[in-house]
Design a protein around this ligand. Structure first.
Ligand code: MG
Length: 365
């Protein structure tokens, strides 16, 4: 078999001579022969297949170190490695997309903040309720509602209850924090790191122990959302219910890929299997962060899957629409989950956005 010069090999493999020299130095694609006199590199024709694979993987954006690993594998194992790489890219893209959405929301509202003096001051009226349900021996959920912070956590594994309450406890300081304009993102990010560490401390490197976390932080005109796992946040606005969160579950990703309908997902045997959660694992994927606009009259709901897995969104909408106060709403929702068999712990936080009492107290004359 004849040898190809680096120029001919570059042309045939669609890699530049410069790239070929780099891959030689990195031990990714060694020439078959290097002339000891001239230093010219020569490649064998049978190296073309590997060179083309390298070129394709580069086009995929795979880092060189990982390409070296893939090239050393047999076909099926290499295929698995590429699939794993792509799943990771998609997860990272999702996180960046959410961050971009958060920033777009955040910056879109920065310029209007000066005119907020003209608008009514808003505040939250809230209530929370967590119940063991009718089947589980203990309650591993945590629900919390305060002036600024609303949170639901659904712990799992041995000590899951502690993991959930530790995550919420780590966010509690936000409830009394004054929120300087523009720093909500940083504040939340730090708080989430605190919650992640708190869960890790409780779970003690056990990846089977952890918690979901869905929390909203009130900024005075918006709610900043932190979300990981399959607890949910909804808003009831003008009689319609909108889901704000995206479940980090295996079945939700199958729905996203068009491999499962939402109806099939509702009864799927693995519907509780989480893709993301806060656990004892050394590195956990970052939660979603998002900013949600709030208007007077909005009713927000945070709930664990003990509610959303037994009630349809129409049931939830109807119940939320039919009771006047957050206290009655959380009681009605928990009661409805238990009437439906109460198979899981159930937690609800309901918060109404209302005009602040001081601003609303105008003389009636
Ligand atoms: Mg649950």
């Amino acid at each position: 078999m004849g040898m190809l010069t680096i120029g001919a090999f570059a042309k045939a493999s669609r890699l530049s001579p410069k790239a070929l020299r780099l891959y030689d130095e990195l031990d990714l694609l060694r020439p078959a022969r290097v002339d000891p006199e001239t230093g010219y590199r020569y490649y064998a024709a049978e190296q073309l297949e590997r060179a083309r694979l390298v070129a394709w993987l580069r086009r995929l954006g795979m880092p060189l170190a990982r390409i070296r690993k893939v090239c050393a594998l047999d076909g099926p194992t290499a295929a698995r490695e590429i699939r794993a790489y792509w799943a990771q890219v998609e997860a990272e893209t999702t996180t960046r997309r959410d961050l971009a959405a958060f920033l777009v929301d955040h910056l879109s509202h920065t310029s209007t903040s000066t005119s907020q003096e003209d608008t009514a001051m808003l505040e939250l009226r809230y209530a929370s309720l967590s119940d063991t349900g009718l089947v589980r021996p203990a309650n591993q959920d945590t629900a919390y509602a305060g002036t600024r912070l609303l949170a639901v956590a659904d712990g799992f594994g041995t000590g899951g209850a502690l993991a959930g309450s530790a995550a919420v406890e780590a966010l509690r300081f936000l409830d009394s924090e004054t929120l300087p304009a523009g720093s909500v993102l940083n504040l939340l990010e730090d708080a989430v790191q605190g919650a992640t560490q708190a869960v890790r401390d409780v779970a003690a490197t056990d990846e089977e122990v952890g918690t979901t976390l869905t929390a909203m932080l009130w900024t005075g005109s918006q709610l900043a959302l932190v979300h990981i796992g399959d607890s949910r946040a909804y808003v009831l606005r003008d009689g319609a219910l909108f889901r704000i969160t995206h479940d980090h579950t295996v079945v939700q990703s199958m729905i996203d890929e068009g491999r499962l309908t939402p109806e099939e997902a509702a009864t799927h045997p693995q519907r509780a299997l989480l893709l993301k959660a806060l656990t004892g694992a050394e590195s956990v994927p970052p939660p979603d962060l998002r900013l949600q606009d709030a208007h007077a009259g909005d009713r927000f709901l945070l709930c664990s899957d003990g509610l959303s897995s037994v009630l349809t969104e129409e049931d939830i909408r109807r119940t939320l629409s039919s009771v006047p106060t957050p206290e009655e709403a959380v009681r009605a929702l928990v009661a409805a989950a238990n009437e439906a068999g109460g198979p899981d712990n159930v937690s609800c936080v309901v918060a109404d956005v209302v005009e602040a009492a001081c601003a609303a107290a105008q003389p009636l004359s």
